[in-house]
Design a protein. Structure first.
Ligand SMILES: *Cc1c(COP(=O)(O)O)cnc(C)c1O
Length: 448
């Protein structure tokens, strides 16, 4: 009669587990073996007639626990959705130069806060600043963790317990719980709403300035549109009446494009240069939206205001790390060298021609021997250009159950994220960086 006493001890199993110990370390391997033994005991008590597994089978059971425990959760995926800045898929993929700069900053010591000339402490704030000054003409810049923290920091530093005037049409929620009124509350700025949801006039601002006001904020409606019976002054006009009242203007651009998206067949997204030209005192935007860099918040504009922002205690709490600064600087250099379309993946995707997209979709169809090439639409996404699409060609696959097929694609060793439309699975070449890899996955799933 087999009994639980026939089970090998943990010590005995450890002797045969040298490979696992080498890969996972002794303490974790021990945990896995104990768990495997517990499971086997429980199973044996329930169904003793099934007998006990061999020592090798026990080790295999422990190995599968170890694999599960150490499996990375942040995995690369192939984005075949055609959404260029897919927030859930990590927004902007980075340029080779940005990746190389980040790797270099990560691997060794760096001049993060060190002045090589003087041989003494320097400032991390200098890193992307000169490039941003050159690109935009702004007097000064500060880089923080993301744009949400840039807004919070600017409000806290410039308008603590003071009035901030903002149009009712701009009290937006960006997503992930980032709501302009809530951020104001956190910064302890006093929200002063002017105008109505659809109509806002210069006189609304002017009346608000009758009481002492620290700041006017404009928040870009990144993810929705107001259409119909609407009216809103130009940014330049708002700046003019604000400056007449001695009030600085903060423009939260969200995406902060440095290039004009209209040149690529997309709707026009306000650019950083336009805001500054309109006379805005401070502009803030994300590093990983239309800039195409790593997650960051960029705040730039008048030096006296930036200096105040830098001195605020929150600035330390939300500062950018060295890896971000390295990647951001490398990304900005692409703009300086007039090569974003060639080097920055999201601009490369936006500048793809319909012909190029069609050729790729047709190549995919030929390689797979199935599907049809259809005209469809790609979007920018990521809180940029709401509702705005641009034409593309997709490979549409007719599969038995599209949802099951999508699931299989997600479960592939290189997961593929795609979308369905009219019971077809659509694959958009625009956002796919590695066609060969995609085809390998598709062939595998189609033949399974
Ligand atoms: C996206 C966005 C933010 C938040 O930016 P993160 O970099 O994601 O923190 C803030 N304001 C606007 C207008 C945005 O579009």
């Amino acid at each position: 009669m087999t009994s639980l006493r026939d089970l090998p001890s943990v010590e005995q199993l450890l002797q045969g587990a040298t490979q696992l110990i080498e890969t996972y370390g002794r303490p974790l391997t021990l945990d896995a073996l104990r768990l495997a033994l517990d499971e086997i005991r429980t199973r044996f008590r329930a169904t003793p007639e099934a007998g006990l597994p061999s020592p090798d089978a026990i080790l295999a059971q422990a190995a599968s626990h170890l694999l599960a425990w150490t499996k990375p959760t942040l995995l690369p995926v192939i984005n075949a959705t055609g959404v260029i800045l897919h927030t859930n898929l990590g927004r902007a993929p980075l340029s080779r130069a940005a990746v190389a700069a980040m790797k270099e900053a990560a691997e060794d010591y760096s001049t993060l806060e060190y002045d090589l000339e003087k041989g003494q402490r320097g400032s991390r704030l200098t890193h992307a600043e000169a490039t941003l000054q050159k690109l935009t003409g702004a007097e000064a810049a500060v880089i923080v963790n993301n744009n949400a923290s840039a807004v919070l920091l600017a409000l806290a530093a410039l308008a603590h317990k003071k009035r901030v005037v903002i149009s009712r049409s701009q009290l937006v929620e960006i997503g992930g719980g980032f709501r302009v009124p809530d951020v104001m509350k956190q910064s302890q700025a006093k929200l002063v709403e002017v105008g109505t949801t659809n109509k806002i006039r210069l006189s609304d601002y002017q009346s608000a300035f009758e009481e002492p006001t620290a700041l006017v904020m404009r928040a870009h409606r990144s993810n929705f549109k107001i259409i119909g019976f609407t009216e809103e002054p130009e940014l330049g006009e708002i700046v003019e009446v604000a400056h007449q009242a001695g009030v600085p203007v903060l423009d939260d651009l969200g995406s902060g494009a440095l290039l004009d998206t209209a040149n690529y067949g997309f709707a026009h997204e306000p650019t950083v240069q336009e805001s500054l030209a309109a006379g805005v005192d401070l502009v803030c935007f994300s590093g990983d939206k239309l800039l195409g860099g790593p997650q960051a918040g960029i705040l730039l504009g008048k030096k006296d205001l930036i200096d105040k922002v830098r001195k605020h205690p929150l600035a330390r709490a939300v500062r950018a790390d060295k890896i971000c600064l390295a990647g951001l600087t490398a990304t900005l250099l692409h703009y300086l060298k007039d090569e974003p379309e060639r080097e920055i993946p999201i601009w490369r995707m936006m500048s793809l021609t319909l012909d190029q997209l069609k050729v790729r979709a047709e190549t995919w169809r030929a390689e797979l021997g199935q599907g049809e090439v259809l005209k469809s639409e790609s979007t920018v996404g990521g809180g940029s250009l709401p509702e705005e699409c641009v034409s593309t060609y997709v490979l549409a696959l007719n599969v038995g159950s599209p949802d099951k097929f999508l699931k299989k694609l997600r479960q592939a060793s290189s997961p593929v994220i795609a979308r369905t439309e009219n019971d077809k699975v659509l694959l958009d070449p625009r956002t796919v960086l590695n066609d060969a890899l995609l085809l390998r996955v598709l062939k595998g799933v189609l033949s399974s």
